[in-house]
Design a protein around this ligand. Structure first.
Ligand code: ZN
Length: 245
């Protein structure tokens, strides 16, 4: 545990890891909560299909929010923004996919100031559109880049740029999906964390479920702990999107 501990919210964030989790794996996220607590980490959960949360999901998601984690929006039916807009128009995208998801989350007590693009599918037009509703958006870089040490240049946002940078690109740290295991080489991610710890700024990562095995994209608890320990060892705080300046 670092001396940063639980008090980062009181300070200006000059360097941080933004660890984010997508979709609707509330039970598995809640099961990982002690791991986050152990490392003083706060993360962001981007929830899709908020109208399909059951009572247990809601209770657990509230507890995660009470622990200081950020809850963001990930769409109503996980539609890819550019494709949906091409097929149905920008108005329909907001009316059918985004506003109902945002309203549902807000009705449930989650303000959801940030949005993560399903499948990281975005363009400048979708950014302009969604920034009328959200403070920040999360996209992604290609997952094959995570082994590339030069990824740090692409992923890290310098501290001076953070307040104005409203679209943050993350890199996947998922371990696999179903029976498919993704590569173990996270050299690019590790280099990005080192650079961020040394030079400041923020680096964004994303995963989905937290599980030893799962049919959906998932990160194993051991990999998650390794990343949290790495950041902690470098005194790089792990904070939620709502804590950004
Ligand atoms: Zn998703």
């Amino acid at each position: 545990m670092t001396e940063h501990g639980d008090h980062d919210q009181d300070h200006h964030v000059d360097r941080a890891l933004l660890l984010t989790f997508d979709d609707r794996h509330i039970r598995e996220w809640a099961a990982a909560a002690p791991l986050f607590t152990r490392y003083g980490a706060r993360v962001t959960f981007f929830v899709c299909e908020p109208d399909r949360l059951d009572r247990d999901d809601l209770r657990l998601l509230r507890r995660l929010a009470d622990d200081g984690h950020t809850v963001g929006c990930h769409g109503l039916r996980h539609e890819r923004a550019p494709e949906f807009i091409a097929a149905h128009g920008a108005g329909a995208y907001l009316d059918r996919e985004v506003v109902p998801a945002l309203d549902a989350l807000r009705r449930l007590g989650f303000p959801a100031w940030c949005f993560a693009y399903p499948c990281s599918a975005r363009d400048e037009r979708t950014d302009r559109l969604l920034l009328t509703l959200f403070e920040r958006l999360r996209g992604g870089v290609s997952a094959d880049r995570r082994a590339d040490p030069c990824l740090a240049d692409e992923l890290r946002v310098p501290a001076a740029d953070v307040p104005a940078r409203r679209v943050l690109l993350g890199c996947s740290v998922d371990s696999g999906r179903g029976t498919v295991a993704y590569g173990d080489d996270l050299a690019g991610v590790e280099a990005a964390l080192c650079r961020t710890a040394a030079d400041g700024g923020v680096t964004t990562l994303y995963a989905h479920c937290v599980a030893e095995a799962h049919e959906a994209n998932h990160v194993t608890p051991s990999r998650l702990e390794k990343l949290l320990a790495l950041a902690d060892g470098m005194s790089l705080p792990c904070v939620g999107f709502d804590e950004l300046p």
